[in-house]
Ligand binder design. Structure first.
Ligand SMILES: *[C@@H]1O[C@H](CO)[C@@H](O)[C@H](O)[C@H]1NC(C)=O
Ligand SMILES: *[C@@H]1O[C@H](CO)[C@@H](O)[C@H](O)[C@H]1NC(C)=O
Ligand SMILES: *[C@@H]1O[C@H](CO)[C@@H](O)[C@H](O)[C@H]1NC(C)=O
Ligand SMILES: *[C@@H]1O[C@H](CO)[C@@H](O)[C@H](O)[C@H]1NC(C)=O
Ligand SMILES: *[C@@H]1O[C@H](CO)[C@@H](O)[C@H](O)[C@H]1NC(C)=O
Length: 465
């Protein structure tokens, strides 16, 4: 590990780990196809001409709606009638709905959230009779419905979006939101991912229209956690000319590039994500079915042979390379095939983004590094939890380790900004983090008003203060 533990005295220091020649200077176009008149007809006259920002939330920060069809088989009377009040067309909010804390309803919630892996189609699908959608794609309002005071999940997206608005950004003009169904994921080459791929396409279209409506200025993607993995796949799977014309920079916040050990705890024991009063075991089975959770298991590429979990009951220890054995031993054999066929090939490679990237990472927060289960097996919960460095959710090795490979390419710009004592979701609301995010966006917009080709950092070395 190159990055040392941060000294607690420094507030927030930018650590430029890797910097290379500016990518855009080697690729021709500066702008996307602009809507005539710079989108001026639709937009209010503004002093500043800003690069549009697209916010891509982490898993919990999305909003998911559902409706039930005749095919739906309620597992209890409560599930038959709940929720009593539904909107037009029978739609109601599935995620996040506070009624999940009431035990009988936790069960309904879990049933409806459950995904199924169809090995014939080689893809995931919803539970029978459950239709789901993300509402208001393109708007940040869909990401801002959670009150940050609830201190739940990533309701903090609200704080980040408001901070950008105070800095001059305006909803619907140069500020957009790109929600997704966070239960689904993507797969390695040759495997279909109907829902995940459709999201990448939708995101691509949103980026294009944001750029076109803003005088051809390419967009800044600001992505939290799992959103960073999706955003990376979107740019990496797009042609270089598209990237150069449409994406100015990818700014990732707490992106778990190589997964996290905590995810193994989620699989073995369930994770209430900080929601109080919820029985973890009730939602564990549902969480296991989410393809995105498999995606977030520790990647062998990053964690290697290190022992992450020990089970005395099984007399075994598991590294990231033993994930299929781990899935079997915790009693989730159904996960083995999709993990082995779809997910492992996906996480084996971290594709180069091909656009300049700034990774903001929290450090110095206790993060699950290994787990010991006793004679009682996985059902009994861990006997011992060992903590290490990270952002409280994602291990430091996963936050910064994998992206070092990008430095091998002379054209890839990568900047890493370490934020001491900032947690995985605190990165969306802590002042030190918000200041850094604004600084990065400001710098991009300042350069936009001068010459975009003047950026040149090829001679910069590793900076530690
Ligand atoms: C990891 O384990 C495998 C198989 O036991 C071994 O071949 C390999 O050399 C080990 N790698 C490291 C980095 O220790
Ligand atoms: C546990 O495994 C080790 C080798 O991995 C073996 O030597 C030992 O006898 C096993 N213990 C039990 C109780 O099975
Ligand atoms: C874990 O993987 C290593 C290397 O691939 C292997 O030697 C070991 O037997 C595996 N352990 C389990 C519990 O499957
Ligand atoms: C803005 O331009 C300056 C000078 O050309 C350069 O040092 C800096 O890295 C640029 N900033 C961004 C965010 O592109
Ligand atoms: C960028 O830096 C290199 C050497 O460090 C220099 O040769 C080149 O002229 C610079 N380009 C710009 C646009 O400043």
């Amino acid at each position: 590990m190159v990055v040392g533990r941060p000294s607690s005295s420094s507030v927030a220091r930018a650590v430029v780990l890797l910097a290379a020649a500016m990518l855009l200077s080697t690729l021709s176009p500066c702008c996307c196809a602009s809507a005539g008149g710079g989108g001026g007809a639709r937009r209010r006259e503004k002093q500043q001409q800003l690069h549009p920002v697209i916010l891509i939330p982490g898993a919990g920060g999305n909003q998911l709606e559902a409706r039930l069809t005749e095919e739906y088989a309620p597992s209890s009377l409560a599930c038959r009638v709940w929720p009593v009040v539904r909107g037009r067309g029978g739609w109601f909010r599935l995620w996040f709905d506070p009624s999940v804390v009431v035990a009988p309803l936790t069960r309904c919630f879990a049933d409806r959230m459950t995904l199924f892996y169809d090995s014939v189609a080689d893809d995931y699908r919803n539970a029978p009779g459950v239709e789901t959608r993300v509402s208001d794609f393109g708007s940040t309002s869909t990401l801002r419905y959670l009150d940050p005071n609830l201190k739940l999940l990533t309701g903090y997206m609200n704080v980040l979006a408001s901070t950008l608005e105070k800095a001059g950004y305006e909803e619907g003009f140069d500020l957009f939101g790109a929600p997704y169904d966070f239960r689904y994921g993507l797969a390695g080459p040759g495997h279909p991912s109907r829902v995940g791929s459709a999201y990448l396409e939708r995101l691509r279209k949103l980026v294009e229209s944001a750029c076109a409506a803003n005088g051809g200025r390419p967009a800044i993607l600001v992505a939290h956690s799992l959103g960073g993995l999706y955003a990376l796949q979107m740019v990496a799977r797009s042609p270089p000319a598209w990237r150069a014309a449409n994406v100015k920079r990818l700014v990732t916040l707490s992106a778990p590039w190589g997964g996290s050990v905590q995810e193994m705890l989620t699989f073995a024991s369930g994770n209430t994500l900080g929601v109080p009063f919820v029985d973890a075991s009730l939602i564990r089975d549902e969480q296991r079915t989410a393809e995105s959770n498999l995606w977030l298991l520790p990647a062998p590429r990053v964690f290697g042979n290190t022992t992450l979990v020990v089970s005395r009951h099984h007399n075994r220890s598991y590294s990231a390379k033993n994930m299929t054995q781990f899935l079997r031993d915790i009693g989730f054999a159904e996960g083995v095939e999709p993990y082995r066929e779809r997910i492992r090939p996906l996480v084996e490679v971290l594709p180069e983004p091909g656009v300049p990237v700034t990774c903001l990472v929290g450090t110095g927060v206790d993060t699950v590094e290994s787990l010991v289960y006793g004679e009682g097996g996985f059902e009994a919960g861990p006997e011992k939890v060992v903590y290490g460095d990270g952002d409280g959710t994602v291990n430091l090795d996963s936050l910064v380790g994998p992206i070092k490979a990008w430095s091998d390419s002379p054209e890839q710009v990568v900047e890493v900004v370490e934020l001491p004592e900032v947690s995985h979701s605190g990165i969306l609301k802590d002042k030190s983090a918000l200041d850094q995010i604004l600084r990065i966006i400001d710098a991009i917009n300042l350069n936009a008003t001068t010459s975009s080709s003047s950026i040149n950092r090829s001679s910069q070395d590793v900076l530690y203060n």
